[in-house]
Design a protein around this ligand. Sequence first.
Ligand code: G
Ligand code: G
Ligand code: MN
Ligand code: NA
Length: 254
Amino acid sequence: MQLTSHLYRALENDELYIEYQPQVSLKTGKITGVESLLRWKHPQLGLISPSVTIPLAEKTGLINPIGEWVLETACRQNKIWQDMSIPPILMAVNISASQFKNPLFIKQVEQVLKKTGLKPEFLEVEITESIAIMEFAEIVGKLIEIKALGISIAIDDFGTEYSSLGRLKKLPIHRIKMDKQFVDGIGQNHKDQAIATAIIDLGKSLGLSVVAEGAEFEDQVAFLKTSQCDEIQGFYYYKPLNAAAIEKILKNEE
Ligand code: G
Ligand code: G
Ligand code: MN
Ligand code: NA
């Protein structure tokens, strides 16, 4: 397909960039981190969604160079903000299953940290339940190595696939990101709302922090606050924004 050959050139042609969506602490009201989100601006076709780009990159093997580019660009950006004496925040980077599976992945991450000078405690990798294509023991082994580097680990889209609780308790992770579908149900659907509460309580009892994704309305935020959810990433606070816009917001927060 033609889009594939365009993606080959996208990296070289500087058509890829990153937007950053803030995560806000419900305790302090301050930004504690941002998630990096890939954007592709094609010269003729315009903006192409990562839900197209990422699967295409996975199919063609381009996920490795593109994923590495995202990781490096996001880490470098976080270091740039820190060098401006802005209070340090966490940079969350999505890692697709095939990147995670790559035997060179951990080396890549170490090299990026070294190259950019970002301390590991300011990086978080987001993985999804799709990594279950690997043997469970292999997943745990890899996560232990990542954790040992001092990097934070989050499970993204939590609750959407076969979230085995027996497995969850064995994963050396720091955070869970509750999927938007449960946040959408707050005040709308009593089952989704009950699951939202249960996910927060589960996180608490396992010693994990919980980020709620995709909160758009005040009543959702109020409910999540009462339920003692830790952070919110959603349009209610901020949409994904370019680096310059984030810099302004972070400077104004001081
Ligand atoms: O930003 P948006 O809602 O359009 O993102 C759509 C999907 O693409 C999300 O599920 C997100 O996790 C994924 N995504 C965005 N950026 C990246 C990236 O750099 N790497 C990977 N693997 N997935 C990404
Ligand atoms: O799947 P993942 O969590 O990585 O992707 C996050 C995606 O969710 C981003 O593409 C982001 O644009 C989108 N998103 C974040 N907050 C909201 C929100 O409040 N409403 C909607 N519709 N999308 C959101
Ligand atoms: Mn994510
Ligand atoms: Na998600």
